[in-house]
Design a protein around this ligand. Structure first.
Ligand code: NAI
Ligand code: MG
Length: 369
């Protein structure tokens, strides 16, 4: 098979800083695990606007469609706040998601033991937590028509958004969740509001149908999304994979993410339909933004972006064992007490820099051989 290709779009603010550390990791896998990647780099967000006058050039978009995976840092910053909406940095990212049709957004909530004290929940509730929220990303109420603000028959203004899902849109994200579950704890919980929403009734029916016809060996349960939010806070370890729609997924993945601590720790993947080589269209990125308040100071935590690359190893390149190796290396440096500033409580301490954290993870990878 040909060398797998990776397009790096570092973006703005701390994006390039954390991506520098990811490059060290990528190089390590090439040198020490014989896992070479054909890496190319390009511009996105404000960085692309500065050069091309648009937040994502057509050539970059075309490249993103061709590679095996895209790795993105972050976009945006105060310098671009006054730009017209159509060329704002975020539009670059939205264009990628839309044109690559990345309908399945994976947001893991994983709690490293060393950080269990950092959670707002009790240590035994979150220690060892490892769940995955699969959020439908390209349909539902954020896209449904009709939408808008208009004046109704009684002369009053009304705001309208429409929750709309087709059978095939539900089926494909359900498949994505079942496939994931097979590689994890073999358990899927689907969340909607079938008690009050027709789209929820259809959602439940189609998820059940995909399960019965294609994944009968995966354990499936259904839960109302509000109860799901409560259960996530009460006893999150009952879950393995959660699949839900765009709106509920937005809320529930933020809740789940915060069970585990800092924004600087959270990776994500957005997957689309399988390409000819069987790999899904894929974009991996940290959940955080460009953090202008700390950009350029060597303070950013690179772990979210590094764990996003671990997800790429697992979901795009079938290197689950190497992904485990990388996650264990992260776990080890945290257990050794290394902390970037965002991982310290109000009492403070002596934080390590972005590059020192990256170097320590590389050293832990070396030690794993
Ligand atoms: P943000 O995620 O950039 O920052 C929120 C807070 O978390 C800041 O105090 C920041 O210093 C801290 N933080 C974030 N990532 C960190 C890391 N890796 N290490 C240590 N601390 C970290 O969100 P904010 O401030 O709302 O937005 C800043 C800019 O980023 C805006 O222009 C926004 O539009 C953009 N943004 C871009 C996203 C993306 O590229 N996917 C996502 C969210 C925001
Ligand atoms: Mg959100």
């Amino acid at each position: 098979m040909s060398t797998p290709s990776l397009l790096i779009l570092a973006g703005d603010g701390i994006g390039p800083e954390v991506m520098t550390e990811v490059r060290k990791i990528i190089d390590w896998f090439g040198a020490k695990r014989d896992l070479a990647f054909d890496v190319s780099e390009d511009l996105v967000g404000g960085a692309a606007y500065d050069v091309h006058g648009v937040p994502l050039a057509d050539e970059t978009m075309a490249k993103a469609q061709e590679v095996d995976a895209v790795l993105l840092g972050a976009v945006g910053g105060p310098k671009y706040d006054d730009l017209d909406f159509s060329v704002k940095p975020e539009r670059g990212l939205l264009r990628l998601r839309k044109e690559m049709d990345l309908y399945s957004n994976l947001r893991p909530a994983q709690c490293f033991d060393a950080l269990a004290d950092f959670s707002s929940l009790k240590k035994d509730v979150v220690a060892g937590l490892d769940i995955m929220i699969v959020r439908e990303l390209t349909s539902g109420i954020y896209f449904g028509e009709p939408r808008g603000i208009s004046v109704n028959a009684s002369g009053e203004r009304e705001g309208v958004n429409t929750q709309r899902y087709t059978e095939s849109e539900i089926a494909r994200v359900a498949r994505s969740a079942f496939e994931l579950a097979k590689r994890r704890g073999n358990k899927v919980c689907s969340m909607e509001k079938a008690n009050v929403m027709e789209s929820g009734i259809l959602w439940r029916e189609i998820v059940q149908k995909v399960h019965d016809e294609e994944y009968p060996d995966v354990e499936l349960s259904h839960m109302y999304a509000d109860a799901g939010g409560m259960q996530l806070c009460r006893w999150p370890k009952q879950f393995d994979v959660i699949v839900t729609d765009n709106l509920f997924g937005d809320l529930l993945s933020d809740v789940a993410a915060m069970l585990t601590g800092s924004l600087g720790m959270l990776p994500s993947a957005s997957l689309g339909a399988p390409m000819e080589n069987g790999r899904p269209k894929a974009l991996y990125e940290p959940v955080h933004g460009s953090a202008p308040d700390i950009a350029g100071q060597g303070k950013a935590n690179p772990i979210a972006c590094i764990l996003s690359f671990a997800m790429a190893l697992r979901y795009s390149f079938d290197q689950g064992a190497e992904a485990d190796r990388l996650e264990k290396a992260v776990e080890k440096v945290l257990a050794d007490g290394l902390r970037t500033a965002d991982l310290m409580g109000p009492e403070g301490g002596s934080p390590v820099s972005t590059s020192a954290m990256g170097d320590a993870i590389v050293a832990a990878l070396d030690a794993s051989l």
